[in-house]
Design a protein around this ligand. Structure first.
Ligand code: FAD
Ligand code: UDP
Length: 361
């Protein structure tokens, strides 16, 4: 049997491409080394009947109309306001920083955006082109905000000095002068009504999927014309230039016999606690049930590869591997692990749709 496409990874990149190629009659095989589809977006009902996200909270949001329209063929949506808080010295503060945070944290009474802008200006450290994650926050919000909200969280999350991380890491978080307290600015923010796993089941409907199957096991046994690879790029090349660094997480789930454990979907702990955040995903899944499950996230360097490392040295090593990919024919690298990029779900869907258009012009 000769497949048109072998797709390694049943995560978002692999599943979207599988769906697109299958829809035009291509013969596709998807494999995944895990025992489930859905990659890191995987969700499931635990023993207490609570719908949980296995690999950290997945808040869907996008500014790409095309991505929203595409996924909407496979799911209905529940509007979601992702509102979180940050726990500092026994108090919960609005996060990302907005005018209310400034008022509460500094004990001031800023009434307008202009006043908040002037206040932030007085706190800012003038740095022309912020080169790293620390400078990025200092240049927008100053030392006190950096120390209280960002420094320890970033050290815990990445295990290194924020000076050694790209500015793009903390630039993910807006600093606002208005009172908007949503986590993100995107125009569309919603959760798939029946969860992510159901969405993926619909994407992969009618497509052959083999779970518990790694690329290494099958690469010489399966015949295919083209390969779409969404696993770690260094693994593909047998780590010939050395291993790319990844940051991992340990998830500690706790279930409670009450409707809610905390008032917010996520509380961040930018202090001495070993975990970075406590997530209670039930706040945004819309589930009505008298029990709840929370998850504490403990960052670590060993374990599953969740976060490509957003730092210059790691990027240089990645470029060596990327260079190797250019020597291959009919092999495409896409997704968070294969492109070694800190990509959100909508960015991955966009790249998958773009690759499809490139493959099938
Ligand atoms: P993955 O989902 O990692 O899928 C890759 C798949 O390939 C995996 O299933 C893996 O098992 C399989 N695989 C790897 N190697 C092999 C191999 N050798 N053989 C066979 N199979 C293999 N994005 C958002 O938009 N919003 C969020 O709130 C958000 N929160 C996140 C929280 C955490 C903790 C993490 C880690 C990520 C988060 N993301 C979020 C990002 C989101 O998970 C990714 O954008 C998306 O899942 C990437 O899809 P992918 O297909 O590239 O990778
Ligand atoms: N961050 C922080 N304090 C917080 C939240 C985030 O310092 O309370 C920093 C941290 O470096 C983190 C980055 O901002 O890695 C991006 O945060 P985000 O919540 O987007 O991280 P993700 O959900 O991708 O883990």
């Amino acid at each position: 049997m000769m497949y048109d496409y072998l797709i390694v990874g049943a995560g978002l990149a692999g599943s979207v491409l599988a769906e697109r190629l299958h829809s035009i009659g291509k013969n596709v095989l998807v494999i995944d080394k895990r025992k489930h589809i859905c990659g890191n977006c995987y969700d499931y009902y635990n023993k207490a009947g609570v719908l949980v996200h296995r690999y950290g909270p997945h808040y869907f949001r996008t500014n790409f109309e095309e991505v929203k329209d595409y996924l909407s063929q496979f799911t209905e949506w529940i509007p979601a306001d992702y509102r979180i808080r940050s726990y500092i010295n026994g108090k919960l503060y609005t996060f990302p920083i907005n005018r209310n945070t400034l008022n509460e944290f500094f004990g001031v009474d800023l009434k307008t955006e202009e006043e908040a802008g002037v206040f932030l200006n007085s706190k800012r450290i003038k740095i022309k082109n912020p080169k790293n994650a620390e400078e990025q926050v200092l240049s927008l919000a100053g030392q006190e905000i950096y120390e209280a909200f960002f420094k320890n969280y970033t050290i815990k999350q990445w295990g290194i000095d924020p000076k050694k991380l790209n500015a793009s890491v903390t630039a993910r978080i807006p600093i606002r002068t208005n009172t908007d307290d949503r986590y993100f600015n995107d125009s569309f923010q919603a959760m798939p009504k029946d969860g992510y796993t159901k969405l993926f089941e619909r994407l992969l409907k009618g497509i052959e999927v083999r779970l518990n199957t790694s690329f290494r096991e099958v690469k010489n046994k399966i015949m295919y014309k083209e390969l779409i690879y969404t696993g770690p790029i260094d693994e593909f090349f047998n780590y010939k230039f050395g291993r790319l660094p990844y940051r991992s997480l340990k998830f500690k789930f706790e279930t409670y016999n009450k409707e809610f454990y905390q008032d917010w979907v996520q509380i961040n702990y930018p202090n001495n606690y070993k975990f970075t955040r406590i997530v209670e995903i039930k706040h945004v899944t819309g589930q009505k049930i008298p029990r709840t499950t929370i998850v504490k996230e403990y960052p670590c360097s060993r374990g599953e590869s969740f976060y490509p490392f957003p730092a210059p040295e790691a990027q240089q090593l990645y470029l060596k591997y990327k260079n190797e990919t250019e020597k291959l024919k009919n092999v495409y690298f896409i997704g968070r692990l294969a492109e070694y990029k800190y990509l959100n779900m909508d960015q991955v869907v966009k790249r998958a749709l773009d690759l499809f258009n490139q493959l099938i012009p």
